[in-house]
Design a protein around this ligand. Structure first.
Ligand code: MSP
Length: 518
C-alpha cells in the first residue's frame, strides 16, 4: 500500500553542546511518527541534523581552542552516536557546513535578491548570542534577553534586510485558511497575535564575524544563522542543486508534512520561515507543531542551567525502548511536562514490567509449557462471550491509534494500546489457563484462550512498534513471526486472526525486568 510522501523534520541542533534530554525528546517524537507512517505505507523522509554556524558555535570553538569547523566535526559524531543509541531512523542528517547546504542557501539568496525582496540598510539594536536573536530596546526585559534572560550585546552594522513586513497580510490569510499550519492552538493564537502586532523587516546578514554562509552578491556578509538554519529543510532534499536526482527529490518531498519544533522557536518557524518560502515562490509546510519543554523540578531542562540529564545515562538504566516510551507517554505532546527519575521508575514498573512485559512472559511461558510452544487452532465451538471484549478492543485499536497519531497525540495513541494490553491481562486472569490445563475436557478451551491472548499480543506489538521498535520486534520474533520492521500496512496486518496456527513461540528473558528503586 503506497499512501504518498511524508516528510518530517526536527529542528537542527546547535553544536555548542552535546545532545541532552530536551533535544532527544523532539527527535524521539519525530522518530515514532516516522516509524508509524512507514507502517501506514507512506514514503517517509525523516530529516534531522545540525546547526553549525553562528556566533554561539564560533564562541564554543574558541573557548575550546579549536577552529569552528574542527569543533563541529568533533561534536557531530556525538549527535549521531546518541541518535543511534536511541534507535532514531532518520533518512538523512544535514550539517549546515556541508556544501550541498551552502549551495542551496546561496541559490535562495540569489533568487530573493533578483526578485527584489532584499535591501541594504543599517541595523542598530541588541543581539542575544545564546538565542542568536535580534531585539529592539523595547523588547528587552530589564535590559536582558526576553527569552533566556541572559545578557545581550549592542550591535550597529550595515547589513542586508529581508522585507518581512510585506508578508503580514499573506501570513494572516494563510493562518486563517490553514488552521493546521500552526499547532497546537495555543501556539497558533500566539503567532496570530504576534503577526497582528505588525512585522518589522529582518536583518539577514552579519559583517562582524565570518562563521556563516557568505551572501553571493555582497562579499563580507555572512548569512544570519537562523535564516541559514531554516533553509536546511529544503537544501537537504535538493533545493538549489543542479543534480537532476536531487531536483526530483525536492519536487517529490516538498512541502513537508510536519516540522517538529520546541515552543521557543515558533516565530522563526511560523512567521519568518513561511514568509521566506512565499518570497521564493515555494509552497508552505502543512504543519508546524510546537511541543513544550521538559521540566525538572519546575525548571526548563537545559545545558546552561546544569540540570540536563544525559540520554546515555537513562538508556543505560532503563533500556532504549523504555526511555522512548516514558517521554512519549508521560508528557502530553504540545504541553510542558515534568520529568523525574521517580516517575520514570513508576512508569517503567507499572506499564512496561507489569502490564506489557509480564503479559508477554506469562503467555509465552504458558504456550511453551502447555502446547510445546506451538500455537493451536482456536475453535469456534469453544468461543465464549468472554472473548468478545478482547477482540472488540483489538478491532478498534487501528482506528483509535490512527486518530490519535493524526492529532500527534502520543499519549492517547499509547493509551489505546494499553486498553488492549490491560484487557488481555484481565482476560488471562478471568480465563485462568492454568485451570483449563487441568482437564482434558477443557483443553480445547485452553488452546482457544491462548490463541486469543497471543493474537492480542501480536496486534498490540504492532502498535507499540513506533514508540518501542526493538522490543516490539522481539515480541514478534518470539511469536515466530517475520520482521515487524517490514510492515507497510499496519491496518491490514492488525486484522484479527492473522497469527498463524502452528507458529512456534519461544519464551526468552523478561522484556522489561523490574527495576528496584535505589
Ligand atoms: N538551532 C536552533 C534550531 C534551528 S531549526 C531550523 C535551535 N537549536 S537548539 O539546539 O538550541 O534547540 C533545539 C530544540 O531543542 C528546540 O526546539 C528546543 O525547544 C528544544 N529543547 C531544548 N531544551 C528543551 C527542553 N528542556 N525540553 C524540550 N525541548 C527543548 O534552537
Amino acid at each position: 500500500m503506497e499512501t504518498g510522501p511524508f516528510y518530517i523534520t526536527t529542528p537542527i541542533y546547535y553544536v555548542n553542546s552535546v545532545p541532552h534530554l530536551g533535544t532527544a525528546y523532539t527527535t524521539i517524537a519525530a522518530d515514532a511518527l516516522a516509524r508509524y507512517r512507514r507502517m501506514t505505507g507512506h514514503d517517509v523522509f525523516f530529516l534531522t541534523g545540525l546547526d553549525e554556524h553562528g556566533q554561539k558555535v564560533a564562541q564554543a570553538a574558541e573557548e575550546n581552542g579549536v577552529s569552528p569547523q574542527e569543533w563541529c566535526d568533533r561534536i557531530a559524531p556525538k549527535f549521531r552516536e546518541t541518535w543511534d543509541l536511541l534507535g532514531i531512523s532518520n533518512d538523512d542528517f544535514i550539517r549546515t557546513t556541508e556544501q550541498r547546504h551552502k549551495t542551496g542557501v546561496q541559490a535562495f539568496w540569489t533568487k530573493l535578491h533578483d526578485d527584489g525582496y532584499l535591501y541594504k540598510g543599517s541595523y542598530e539594536g541588541w543581539y542575544c548570542v545564546p538565542c542568536e536573536t535580534y531585539y529592539i530596546e523595547d523588547q528587552l526585559v530589564e535590559g536582558e534577553c526576553p527569552s533566556c534572560g541572559r545578557g545581550v550585546e549592542f550591535i550597529r552594522e550595515e547589513n542586508w534586510f529581508f522585507k518581512l513586513s510585506e508578508f503580514a497580510d499573506r501570513l494572516l490569510d494563510h493562518y486563517e485558511t490553514h488552521p493546521d499550519f500552526v499547532q497546537p492552538d495555543t501556539r497558533r493564537n500566539e503567532v496570530l497575535s504576534f503577526v497582528k502586532g505588525g512585522l518589522r523587516d529582518l536583518s539577514i546578514s552579519r559583517t562582524t564575524f565570518t562563521w556563516g554562509v557568505p551572501l553571493p552578491f555582497d562579499e563580507g556578509h555572512v548569512t544570519y544563522v537562523w535564516i541559514d538554519a531554516l533553509l536546511n529543510y529544503i537544501t537537504a532534499i535538493g533545493y538549489g542543486s543542479d543534480d537532476p536526482e536531487m531536483q526530483e527529490r525536492f519536487a517529490h518531498y516538498w512541502p513537508a508534512q510536519v516540522h517538529y519544533v520546541g515552543k521557543d522557536i515558533i516565530r522563526f518557524h511560523c512567521v519568518i520561515w513561511p514568509a521566506m518560502l512565499m518570497a521564493a515562490g515555494l509552497p508552505l509546510p502543512e504543519t508546524v507543531f510546537a511541543h513544550g519543554f521538559l521540566l525538572t523540578k519546575g525548571e526548563k531542562m537545559s545545558k546552561s542551567k546544569g540540570n540536563a540529564m544525559s540520554p546515555a545515562q537513562l538508556v543505560d538504566r532503563f533500556g532504549v525502548d523504555a526511555y522512548r516510551y516514558y517521554f512519549l507517554r508521560d508528557v502530553q505532546f504540545g504541553s510542558d511536562g515534568s520529568v523525574s527519575m521517580e516517575s520514570m521508575v513508576q512508569r517503567y514498573n507499572g506499564d512496561l514490567a507489569n502490564d506489557w512485559g509480564n503479559l508477554c512472559s506469562r503467555l509465552f511461558n504458558m504456550t511453551e509449557k502447555y502446547l510445546d510452544g506451538v500455537v493451536a487452532e482456536p475453535l469456534s465451538e469453544w468461543h465464549d462471550d468472554g472473548d468478545d471484549t478482547l477482540t472488540a478492543l483489538a478491532g478498534v485499536l487501528p482506528e483509535k491509534y490512527e486518530e490519535a497519531m493524526g492529532r500527534l497525540d502520543y499519549v492517547a495513541a499509547l493509551e489505546a494500546v494499553w486498553d488492549l494490553v490491560k484487557d488481555c491481562n484481565r482476560y488471562i486472569e478471568n480465563e485462568a489457563p492454568w485451570n483449563l490445563a487441568k482437564s482434558e475436557e477443557t483443553w480445547p478451551r485452553l488452546e482457544t484462550v491462548l490463541y486469543n491472548a497471543l493474537e492480542a499480543v501480536r496486534i498490540a506489538a504492532l502498535f507499540t512498534a513506533p514508540a518501542m521498535p526493538s522490543t516490539s520486534a522481539e515480541v514478534w520474533r518470539r511469536l515466530g513471526l517475520g520482521d515487524i520492521g517490514d510492515v507497510t500496512d499496519i491496518a491490514a496486518e492488525a486484522v484479527w486472526g492473522r497469527l498463524p496456527v502452528g507458529s512456534r513461540v519461544t519464551k526468552g528473558d523478561p522484556l522489561y525486568p523490574r527495576i528496584y528503586e535505589e
